[in-house]
Design a protein around this ligand. Structure first.
Ligand code: 6OG
Length: 165
């Protein structure tokens, strides 16, 4: 594993409901052009859980009783900070889902494609997602770590697993 000096905390949150998952198309910043959960940096004085709720509201316009379900740890060469990303999930939400400056939300099928929903677009998501989203869908807690190439497209070393209760 590549050594790192500092970490920066991020959040990423998903709504899972009735065989579908809410993702957002990132319109700018880190991960532009990829589908992901909703989230961002944990601000000073905030807990990751508070940041997750704030970011979901800012990026998708909704509120949800988020539960923490996983931790991911990523290193990208050349960046001063390694990413410490806390993952959250909820099965209900309130408010109206809206497109924002940062994200274009859309429901995907968690199983096979249906008449109105496409399957999870792994080919247009971060390379790590295919390894841990199955744990998220199964309601399991999980953890993972990966070293990426400098362009963040490829993992050079990785490990993902279900957390033992
Ligand atoms: P803002 O730019 O919105 O925060 N993020 C990653 N998510 C996955 N699945 N894999 C990665 O592999 C990621 N790197 C960053 C964390 C960036 C958002 O992107 C997520 C945040 O939710 C390297 O402030």
């Amino acid at each position: 594993w590549t050594a790192y000096e500092k970490t920066k905390q991020y959040t990423n949150a998903f709504i899972l409901q009735d065989g579908k998952i809410l993702l957002g198309y990132k319109k700018r910043g880190i991960g532009e052009g990829l589908w992901n959960g909703f989230g961002g940096k944990v601000e000073p004085g905030e807990t990751p859980a508070q940041a997750a709720v704030r970011e979901l509201k800012e990026e998708a316009g909704i509120e949800a009783p988020l539960r923490e379900c996983g931790t991911l740890f990523f290193h990208v060469p050349g960046l001063e900070n390694a990413f410490d990303i806390r993952l959250f999930v909820a099965n209900e939400y309130s408010g109206e889902i809206i497109e924002t400056d940062e994200m274009r939300p859309r429901w995907f099928s968690t199983g096979d494609a249906t008449a109105d929903l496409e399957p999870i677009p792994y080919a247009k998501m971060w390379a790590d997602d295919v390894y841990w989203i199955p744990h998220l869908l199964a309601g399991e807690k999980f953890a993972g770590r990966a070293d990426f190439t400098a362009d963040s497209n490829t993992m050079t070393k990785y490990w993902f697993g279900k957390e033992v209760e």
